[in-house]
Design a protein around this ligand. Sequence first.
Ligand code: SAM
Length: 472
Amino acid sequence: MYNPHSQKAEEFICHQEVLDSLAYAEQNCHNLPLLERTLDKAARRQGLDHREASLLLASDDPQIEGRLMALAEQIKKDFYGNRIVLFAPLYLSNYCVNGCLYCPYHLKNKHIRRKKLTQEEIVREVTALQDMGHKRLALEAGEDPVHNPLEYILESIHTIYSIKHRHGAIRRVNVNIAATTVENYTRLKEAGIGTYILFQETYHKGNYEYLHPTGPKHNYAYHTEAMDRAMQGGIDDVGLGVLFGLENYRYELAALLMHAEHLEAVYGVGPHTISLPRVKHADDIDPNSFQHAISDDIFAKICAVIRVSVPYTGMIISTRENQKVRERLLHLGISQISGASRTSVGGYVQPEEEEENSQQFDVSDNRSLDEIVSWLIKLGYIPSFCTACYREGRTGDRFMELCKHNQILNCCHPNALLTLKEYLEDYASPQTKALGLELIERELPHVKNPKARQIAAERLQLIAQGQRDFRF
Ligand code: SAM
């Protein structure tokens, strides 16, 4: 039976409740007054539950869709302003004991080149990332208790945080590794991770079991209850996501929001981020072999529905998507993007690794970080390298409280400008630097709080003079 307060996967992601929600959405998707009322509720910034969100997703009325898209854009502006946070993935190891049918790391793939970075190689990869200007990483690894035990991940995090190279330092390490125990989550927390990210892949239990035929990831309940264990282990920022293309997208959206509602109901804090990945071509993976592929239009609509349903949750789009798709989704709610990503192990130092077959999936946006920064500025966004919330302990419910009272913007806006200034001084090409400096000049007068504006103006000067020890 459906129970968002339960800690059992099959009760908080109740299959029957998902089906009932989809049936409700189907029955009411032409009920314009109901759809308008649902949008009115979203416009009051109250969020939407999984049934209301499913209803909006099911509607094909152009006016409703137009209002939905405009609202998503407005909510994004209200809560996140025009900042876009940048990060890069770092692939530590592609050894994996699972049998995931969509992932080239699967155990039966005998021709993929397996690789695990040594600590010395991590230093070289991170130095290359720092030389681009990155400050925030997402660690990625396959699941393999022998090659990639938790001790290896912890040692790698320690290595990464200890690298100080020229002006660079990685200030926040998010982690995307397989579901683990409460004790291990506590150890990750103690190692200073930012967000713990784990994609559900699909919430549909039957399909999940089919797509994960072998290995520890086969266990649906263990995987789905991972965020509960992470929270119990003390990690209060968790990142959800489904891999779109594996299952009917309407099913996934309802279940994803049920997961968010469950975390809010039990732990008082919803997900810190929701990622939007779609299945892509990879070594021995053909995305066309999955029957639930979604069009760019549906993808954009999903993004907008999530934006209006969970206004306080950050949304992430990776380089799985090309420039055009990313540009479209930025308007509709995305707050974080990756840039200049390599999805092969060791790919930042040896880009030729990327040409070989050790990539996890093909990257569709191959631009450099400088090109991404310049592109964002030209679109009117402030590229942000800020990690201050995490460094100042504004995580979990403390972050959400500030966000709900629109306070986050007061810190984030000036901090985004300051971290952009650092980037421009230390890493940008002359053209990007000129564009960025103009942007900062235009934006500074819009920092709302006069005291924050004054401090930002002083710090901008100090950064120009070479000072770098601020806690962004
Ligand atoms: N080992 C971790 C786990 O078990 O969840 C996850 C790490 S994996 C490096 C990160 C994510 O990449 C996976 O959760 C999956 O959603 C995504 N992924 C795998 N194969 C993909 C493909 N062919 N296209 C797009 N994304 C893919």
